[in-house]
Design a protein around this ligand. Structure first.
Ligand code: G2I
Length: 448
């Protein structure tokens, strides 16, 4: 029977509505489209943030855009080592706290940046080396993470520690010269100080699959296998006029290691492709369920560290650029929801402790030595350890890192410090000491 004309229209309307409802399960329909970056990112459980400067919070154009558009903030410089510990042991949090309070007032997530970096170190730290620098660095991590405890969504614990070029290895720096384990020592110290913050490794030129990003990938895989606390990897994404073709695949391979991935310092040179590159980055993050969010490195072009490149989403007058619209549309197109990867905390309380073993490797010269001691857990996790070893007579320990020694001569007991007492089953941690004379022979380990 022919359907009257008005009836056909009603049927078509119902069918069309059905399509919209069904489609909205996987993709956000235009009816739901949010009109700010933060709100549209939030629709899939993500954030959209900006790096901000304390010195600009009095600029009403700046704060107007900030309050309207963003739901995450990163201090551009205010939580770095030179800003927070200008002289050794004297901590200044005034400007860091201004960023923190701005973020809190917006209900935003706060990304802490950055606990350890080879740049923007205070001059007193630049003048240190060896165990004095290692101890100062770990103390810095502990103090700053403790000051901001419970308030930081994610910390860039270590920034830019890998070398550029094809080596895939670590960058040479004063921190690296304190021993290859400086990164894991920093992560353990940060976890002990603020157990609820996600702990990230952050770097640049790691935005596609290349030697540098593969070096970082191997470190993260190693950390995960040994129980070193790491929750996220930051991809700075300071991009020129193109984006690596494997950008999303690179994010995905890190996500598959079980860490959250975050775009942490996005900016893109202005050119014909700026809006498209911004859209491609946004689509890649939204397509990777463990991509937690995107941060742009500044608000207006005039706020950018890339003077003259106009790499941001708002022009110098605060107007939205084409790149803004392409990001907003890509966010509103939706994708798999980010499950907000939980921080993998070590259980509290006093779990029974399994057995441990200790092995010493020695680097000796005529009249002195450096000993690196590896403490390995057996098939059960270790909760606290003590390593005992005997120095030959005439030998003495002059400095120790990542453990506390009972004395400097004879038989010495080395006790774990706060951040390396808990070792997962099959995992290990390392401590070391330097001494005069000949090094020790064998070591024994007692757990608990
Ligand atoms: O270099 C771009 C970024 C690369 N990744 C790590 C980020 O932390 C880094 O940010 C930039 C800031 O945007 C700049 O604002 O880090 C620079 C330092 O390497 C910052 O520049 C410094 C200037 O060099 C100093 O002269 C100035 O006193 O900013 C300081 C505060 O305005």
């Amino acid at each position: 029977m022919p359907i009257p004309r008005h009836g056909r229209l009603a049927l078509l309307a119902t069918a069309a509505a059905g399509v919209v409802v069904a489609a909205s399960v996987a993709v956000i329909g235009t009816a739901d489209a949010a009109s700010t970056l933060g709100a549209s990112a939030a629709q899939t459980g993500r954030y959209f943030g900006a790096a901000i400067a304390a010195g600009k919070l009095g600029d009403s154009t700046y704060t107007g855009i900030l309050n309207r558009e963003f739901n995450a903030v990163t201090p551009e410089n205010e939580m770095k080592w030179d800003a927070t510990e200008p002289s050794q042991g004297r901590f200044t949090y005034t400007n860091g706290d201004r960023i923190l309070n701005q973020g809190i007032s917006m209900g935003a997530k706060i990304r802490g940046h950055a606990l350890l970096w080879h740049q923007q170190q205070p001059s007193w730290a630049q003048g240190l080396s060896g165990s004095a620098l290692r101890n100062a660095a770990i103390n810095h991590v502990t103090q700053v993470a403790t000051h901001y405890k419970g308030k930081i969504y994610a910390w860039d614990v270590v920034n830019e520690a890998f070398a550029d070029g094809g080596s895939g290895g670590r960058r040479d720096s004063n921190l690296q010269r304190t021993g290859n384990d400086w990164i894991e020592a920093a992560f353990r110290a940060a976890r002990a100080a603020d157990p609820n913050a996600k702990l990230c490794y952050n770097d640049y030129n790691t935005d596609g699959v290349n030697a540098k990003s593969t070096g970082v990938y191997n470190m993260v895989r190693d950390f995960k296998s040994r129980g070193v606390p790491i929750d996220c990897v930051g991809f700075q994404s300071h991009l020129g006029t193109s984006i690596p073709g494997d950008y999303q695949a690179n994010l995905q391979r890190f996500a598959d290691l079980g860490v959250e991935v975050q775009i942490t310092e996005l900016d893109v040179a202005q050119g014909g492709n700026q809006a498209n590159i911004y859209a491609a980055v946004t689509r890649a993050c939204v397509a990777v369920s463990r991509c937690g969010g995107i941060t742009v490195w500044g608000i207006r072009d005039s706020d950018s560290w890339r003077t003259g490149e106009n790499p941001l989403l708002f022009d110098s007058s605060g107007n939205k650029k084409a790149a803004y619209t392409s990001v907003l549309n890509a966010l509103n197109a939706g994708g798999p929801t980010n499950p907000t990867t939980p921080v993998t905390t070590t259980p509290t309380g006093n779990p029974p402790s399994g057995a441990c073993a200790a092995s010493v490797s020695l680097n000796s010269w005529n009249g002195g030595f450096v000993a690196t001691v590896r403490v390995t857990a057996g098939s059960a996790a270790v909760n606290g350890w003590t390593v005992s070893l005997a120095l030959p007579s005439g030998s003495a320990v002059t400095s120790t890192w990542n453990a506390t020694g009972s004395g400097s001569t004879g038989t010495i007991s080395f006790r774990n410090v706060s951040y390396n007492g808990q070792i997962p089953a099959g995992g290990y941690t390392e401590f070391g000491f330097q001494g005069t004379g000949a090094g020790p022979g064998t070591a024994s380990c007692t757990a608990g």
